[in-house]
Design a protein around this ligand. Structure first.
Ligand code: NDP
Length: 495
């Protein structure tokens, strides 16, 4: 097993002084304050990024506002489609460079960076581009009575809201960034993105590619820094919308801050504690393969992935044993090693959080496998399965955002539904069964924004995605995003 060779372009990019992308060009920081970027596979510092000060945030929002009123407003819907497709082509052409950068910052397997993060960003971007010429209002016939023969007609216009603040977490910084950038640009908005302090580099490179693709200066800006930079953006009076993805506690703060700023609209894609239900008739081997693939991909650091496994009592021993055996076979290794099947956690703070869950699991649960750190440099832990200590076990209720699945048996469907819905979260869920009519009866009663059958964590640009309950407000993808990035203007005419 060995790491791939880094491209010279990646080595050169890491060595550059990094700051922000404002007014169509790269800008190094004004203040000298910077954040170290670590490679999670080794823990080593691989680059540095400047932290934006108030003046830089101000410049980014001002340039986005100017582009909103000018350069981007002047681009026709057809041309917006062309430009966004050109950006997709450039991202695709630079897949290897972008994938290596993302793997180095996030600890995501190079296979996943190439085949999912960058490849799917291209797919989503092309999907969104197609909406440019399809965003329409409606006509309607008013019901006002006519007193003197006059007539009325009415219609609505969909108008872009303005400058969007896109705040992005560290787990899929490119893909989640692209969802927000593409949603904003295709509706005629402009955007200032703040990536996570842990994964700031790839979106900076994509901003350069966007300029090459023809996105005018100011339409797409990146400012880097910690949470305080996000707060400044949200508070800015010229930010018309906040598109946030991250944890529930931060999401609540962001929602409140947006309301307090200017009644600024906010969409919040937040965390989950997602349930997978394996019914009595489940095909155990294919369900176990599916859970290994979806609960442990990117070391479980996926908002949509299953962390709670409810298994019919007749199958629970077989499922736990087969899941544990499959996980023990996974090759743990560097994210840059294409042979490795399980890599590091994304950062040192997250490693400490997951080790805390392990301590609790070892003290109070039956550990089927894992629940240990891996003795090597970097932020490695073992993929983990534990048996829950009853329905109130905290491991069934707290989001770990790590490679920890907690298993609980159930006896009948009413009990299953009560267990699945016993959560403040409601992002995703899945039902694994060969009996589709059973699944179809359960689906309307499951409290989640997305329910999959015989699969989990499968996102498609045509299918709306978002949470219910504490998992968020609003939907991305499909046509649902249009409502969040546009205002409806009503027009009435008398003739
Ligand atoms: P955080 O909520 O900690 O951070 C998300 C982003 O918000 C980061 O860019 C962060 O910057 C920034 N931020 C932090 N504090 C503030 C603040 N007060 N105001 C404005 N911005 C702020 O989440 P993580 O990055 O740790 O991501 C993990 C979480 O994201 C998990 O809970 C996961 O479930 C959720 N998530 C949800 C998804 C969904 O679609 N529903 C998808 C992916 C993740 P910085 O990193 O510099 O602190």
């Amino acid at each position: 097993m060995s790491d791939i060779q880094l491209l010279p372009a990646v080595v050169e990019f890491l060595a550059r002084p990094h700051g922000h992308f404002i007014e169509g060009h790269y800008q190094v920081g004004e203040t000298g304050a910077s954040i170290d970027i670590h490679d999670p596979s080794t823990g080593a510092v691989i680059s540095r990024v400047a932290e934006a000060c108030e003046a830089e945030v101000e410049r980014a929002v001002r340039s986005a506002r100017q582009a909103f009123k000018g350069a981007w407003a002047d681009v026709s819907p057809y041309q917006k489609d062309v430009v966004l497709n050109r950006l997709a082509d450039l991202i695709e052409a630079n897949t290897e460079e972008l994938a290596q950068l993302e793997t180095l910052c996030s600890g995501k397997s190079i296979n996943l960076s190439r085949g999912l993060e960058i490849a799917q960003s291209v797919v989503f971007l092309r999907y969104f581009a197609g909406w440019a010429s399809k965003i329409t209002g409606q006509t309607m016939t008013p019901s006002i009575p006519s007193f003197a023969g006059e007539c009325y007609t009415a219609f609505t216009l969909r108008e872009p809201v303005g400058v969007v603040a896109g705040i992005v977490p560290w787990n899929f910084s490119v893909m989640i960034g692209i969802w927000k950038i593409a949603s904003a640009l295709v509706t005629g908005c402009t955007i200032v993105v703040k990536p996570s302090e842990f994964t700031p580099l790839t979106l900076l490179r994509i901003a350069e590619l966007a300029t090459e693709a023809g996105v005018p200066a100011g339409a797409f800006n990146v400012v880097n820094g910690r949470g305080a930079v996000g707060q400044r953006l949200i508070a800015h009076p010229q930010v018309a919308k906040v598109a946030f993805t991250g944890s529930v506690p931060t999401g609540i703060d962001v929602g409140k801050a947006a309301m307090a700023a200017n009644l600024t609209r906010a969409t919040l894609e937040l965390g989950g504690k997602n349930a997978a239900a394996l019914l009595a008739d489940v095909d155990v081997d294919s369900a176990v393969a599916g859970i290994v693939q979806t609960a442990y991909v990117h070391q479980g650091q996926v908002c949509a992935s299953p962390e709670r496994l409810y298994v019919h009592r007749s199958k629970v021993d077989e499922v736990s044993a087969k899941l544990g055996a499959a996980l023990k076979q996974l090759k743990i290794g560097s994210a840059l090693d294409p042979q490795a099947q399980f890599g590091p956690l994304a950062n040192a703070a997250h490693l400490q959080k997951i080790l805390g869950f392990f301590d609790r699991a070892r003290a109070s649960n039956t550990v089927v496998c894992g629940a240990r750190a891996v003795e090597r440099p970097g932020y490695f832990v073992e993929p983990t399965v534990v048996l829950a200590n009853g329905a109130n076990d905290p491991l069934l209720h707290e989001e770990t955002f790590g490679p920890i699945v907690c298993v609980l048996p159930f006896d009948d469907e009413e009990q299953l539904l009560a267990l699945m819905n016993d959560s403040p979260y409601g992002l995703t869920a899945s039902v694994w069964t060969n009996d589709l009519s059973k699944a179809l009866r359960l689906i309307p009663r499951i409290e989640a924004g997305t329910v999959w059958v015989n699969m989990h964590t499968f996102l498609d640009p045509a299918v709306p995605f978002g949470g219910v309950k504490a998992s968020g407000v609003g939907r991305e993808f499909g046509s649902a995003f249009i409502e969040d990035y546009t205002e409806l203007k009503s027009v009435m005419i008398r003739y």
